[in-house]
Unconditional design. Structure first.
Length: 195
């Protein structure tokens, strides 16, 4: 597993494609490419998604909460792969699982930020001037992290609540199966790059 990048022709458009594995050790690589991305294809294994939902949702959350992705409203294609297998979950079920898990993540992350703020305020009440200056930096960092909240407060998370266009699609990249294949992925990439 490694990062793969290449220039390619997709439906007569020249594009630079980068494939970054989802493993945590590639986080810095992923984060370095996100500011330049015109579109993101997030591939999930439709067979194993139920058992890998937490890390998949955490990765997707981190991508969608990225400041540059939000600022550019970078479109995302959620690609539910391996749809040729009878054990594969439908793309509607995959979407529902991810939305539910992102909703839980959003709640726990917000609770963590709230407890940090409470601890910071309690510690700052007796702090000296130098400590208050450091606390101001902590406040800025907390404010930046709090902008990571996805969707609408008080409402269950839905991809529809994001400023980014999120399209959910299915595919099977096994030869001889006509479930999505590459054509709709190529069309999405071409449409995204040319918009």
């Amino acid at each position: 597993m490694s990062v793969n990048a290449a220039e390619a022709s997709v439906n007569e458009s020249r594009v630079y494609l980068v494939d970054v594995p989802g493993h945590q050790k590639y986080r810095l690589d992923r984060d370095s490419y996100l500011p330049m991305a015109r579109g993101i294809v997030f591939v999930v294994d439709s067979i194993r998604i139920a058992e890998t939902i937490r890390p998949a949702a955490e990765l997707l959350y981190d991508i969608l909460a990225n400041g540059k992705v939000q600022a550019h409203e970078t479109p995302l294609l959620l690609l539910c792969n391996k749809q040729d297998d009878p054990a594969a979950l439908s793309n509607a079920r995959v979407q529902a699982l991810l939305e539910d898990e992102i909703d839980r993540l959003r709640t726990t992350r917000q609770a963590g930020l709230d407890s940090l703020r409470t601890a910071h305020l309690a510690g700052a009440s007796g702090a000296s001037g130098g400590a208050a200056a450091a606390g101001d930096e902590d406040d800025l960092a907390a404010d930046e992290r709090s902008s990571d909240f996805l969707g609408y407060e008080g409402k269950k998370f839905s991809f529809e609540h994001l400023p980014n266009s999120v399209q959910v699609s299915e595919s099977s990249l096994v030869l001889g199966h006509d479930v999505g294949g590459l054509e709709h992925i190529e069309r999405w990439i071409s449409d995204t790059v040319n918009s």
